[in-house]
Design a protein around this ligand. Structure first.
Ligand SMILES: [Zn+2]
Length: 235
């Protein structure tokens, strides 16, 4: 069984456990086989078939248990293989830290110390005691998935809807600033057509919503739309 399959088996098993299914392991195996079969029949990558099976079950569990979306965005910590995803999560308004050079149990300790949910591609971390005891929430993310697909998956897991964007570089909040106050930092061509500027409270970067931002908004909209798509096919 591949690492991706092991990761999904664990995700499925947890969801089935929430439903109070008697033998979640066996049911998870059955869903995995179903996804493998569907991948072969429909010619879609097995990772995508697994993601759809998982998202379909997640939607059903949410409905059955009437799970409500949390208010406000959760605090997140991304391992170093998820730097791209961290930037997108910040654009979606999540307080997201990204750590480099920290691996394994040290990641769990960092998440615990910071009171953050850990997003990681390391499926082994799901088996740790801190996770089973519910002291650290770990969201396993398949590493081979395109970043916007990862974003859809994680936004669905955390029941997120995009909020006020944060600094994509450092994750801190952005504060509006008067154009006059930062005039010398604005590229002359930008100053001609933009009047709204923001300063990052963390790294001090000056930002404005230029053409780059339209691409980001498009990506966020695509990820939010993806929250509806795969589920509909599976129900
Ligand atoms: Zn910043």
């Amino acid at each position: 069984m591949s690492r991706i399959e092991i990761g999904y088996r664990e995700r499925l098993r947890c969801l089935l456990g929430e439903l109070g299914i008697a033998q979640p392991e066996r049911e998870a195996e059955a869903l995995l086989s179903g996804a493998r079969r569907r991948a072969a029949e429909e010619g879609v990558p097995v990772e995508e078939a697994l993601a759809r099976a998982y998202e379909g079950l997640r939607a059903r569990v949410r409905r059955l248990l009437a799970v409500e979306s949390p208010t406000g965005a959760p605090r997140l910590l991304c391992d170093e293989s998820l730097g791209g995803l961290a930037r997108w999560l910040r654009a979606a308004g999540c307080d997201t830290l990204s750590v480099r050079g920290v691996k394994g149990d040290a990641l769990l300790r960092a998440a615990l110390a910071e009171a953050r949910s850990l997003l990681t591609t390391d499926g082994h971390l799901l088996e740790r005691r801190l996770v089973h005891e519910g002291r650290v929430r770990v969201v396993w993310v398949p590493s081979r998935m395109p970043v916007l697909r990862q974003l859809t998956l994680v936004m669905g897991d955390l029941a997120l809807t995009p909020l006020t964007p944060r600094c994509m570089s450092c994750g801190a909040e952005l504060a509006p600033v008067e154009k006059q106050e930062v005039r010398e930092r604005i590229p002359p061509k930008t100053a001609l057509w933009k009047d709204d500027y923001f300063l990052c409270r963390g790294c001090g970067k000056l930002l404005w919503q230029g053409t780059h931002w339209s691409r980001i908004e498009k990506g966020l909209a695509e990820a939010s739309r993806g929250l509806e798509g795969p589920r509909a096919n599976n129900e």
